[in-house]
Ligand binder design. Structure first.
Ligand code: PLP
Ligand code: COI
Length: 353
């Protein structure tokens, strides 16, 4: 079946913003998409103008953290076309979270429809190709209702807002942009808990250690496995990556978020560059043998880690050209300046596409 077409003035219209100066901040765009789940059914409410939500005071999301979110990026290609990156994987991850929190799954078609509508509605805010900025897409899911007991909600809201953004860690990526990270004494998630889903509570738990790290002059905290405090888990908003000899390695743990960026980089490393790429436990002590470190995520993209401090111990990591190769390939695929052999780009239909 042919995709529906949407008629906007022109796909090249852009808002009057200094896109290349943006940080990672919320900017209220004109529209957000909303759907509600009631009486056992999801119903689209389409695009909304109000960025303030009206929900019952007894809502489970407010008291018991029955809440999930996702993060995606949308880029403009050189021809002006607009692309999301692997949105079906975000829909799958959101739904694995919904199962864990005992809420209804969101049909993939509704998730993609919401993505398309909210990007089309706010298309002047999709940064121009080459600006270095992107449109951050934030889907989120709330259990709501008139409730006080500790039990899952019977009503839900699914909303998607967007905001044009620049780099998550100030300065972004580059051979002069190394960031220091501090190993935290606190835990973010428990081994059989909720660390693998994108629930807001995991992030609330990261505020204390994250603030501590930032106060001490680091970009963020690195978490260790909570059982042995021996293995590296992840960063508050990104997964950990390292090069050991020829191999790209990244932690395996049941309590970290399975990053879609990391999955993509492992595939790029293995399939395009033919480097060994492996998910496995990485002990802090192994940092002695590691030649390069970084973290990755939708917001963080690839962030070079030039220093890790763990109490009295510290490690320095020089910039590795292989980060640049991975970065160029990932961005090249996302922004359509290079082939997409994996089929990861998802074109958002606009007038003329
Ligand atoms: N780990 C955490 C805790 C995150 O918040 C994120 C960001 O989404 C990631 C890892 C990276 O995941 P992704 O690449 O899917 O954005
Ligand atoms: C993302 O990379 O999308 C994240 O969710 C990280 C952070 C902004 C929470």
């Amino acid at each position: 079946m042919e995709k529906p077409r949407y008629y906007f003035p022109t796909e090249r219209d852009t808002a009057d913003l200094e896109f290349s100066d943006l940080g990672f901040d919320y900017l209220a765009c004109p529209y957000r998409f909303e759907a509600v789940f009631e009486h056992g059914l999801w119903r689209s409410r389409g695009l909304q103008e109000d960025n303030v939500m009206h929900i019952p005071e007894g809502s489970q999301c407010l008291h018991y953290g029955q809440q999930l979110f996702e993060g995606m990026k949308v880029h403009r290609g050189p021809e002006g076309k607009i692309y999301a990156f692997r949105p079906r994987d975000n829909a799958k991850r959101l739904n694995s979270g919904a199962r864990h929190l005992r809420g209804p799954e969101i049909p993939e078609a509704l998730f993609l429809r919401g993505l398309e509508e909210v990007v089309q509605g706010n298309h002047p805010y999709v940064p121009p190709h080459g600006s270095g900025a992107s449109l951050y897409v934030r889907p989120f899911y709330l259990g709501i209702g008139d409730n006080v007991g500790v039990k899952p909600a019977s009503r839900y809201v699914f909303r998607i807002f967007v905001s044009p953004v620049g780099p998550y860690y100030k300065g972004g990526f580059g051979p002069d942009q190394g960031k220091g990270f501090m190993v935290s004494k606190h835990d973010r998630a428990a081994p059989h808990g909720s660390g693998h889903i994108k629930a807001g509570g995991n992030y609330a738990a990261s505020f204390y250690p994250g603030t501590e790290a930032k106060k001490a002059g680091f970009a963020d905290a690195i978490y260790l496995d909570p059982v042995n405090r021996k293995y590296i888990e992840e960063v508050g908003a990104a997964n950990f990556l390292a090069f050991k000899g020829d191999a790209l390695i990244t932690p395996q743990s049941p309590s970290i978020l399975k990053s879609i960026t990391r999955l993509s980089l492992l595939e790029i490393a293995g399939e395009i560059f033919k480097w060994p790429a492996e998910e496995r436990e990485i002990a802090v002590d192994e940092l002695d043998e590691i030649s390069a470190a970084a973290c990755c995520g939708t917001a963080a993209v690839i962030t070079w880690i030039n220093r890790i401090v763990d109490g009295e111990r510290s490690w320095e990591f020089p910039f590795d050209e292989r980060w640049q190769q991975l970065y160029n390939t990932l961005l090249g695929i996302q922004t359509a300046t290079q082939d997409d052999p994996f089929g990861w780009r998802y074109e958002i239909p606009t007038m003329g596409s």
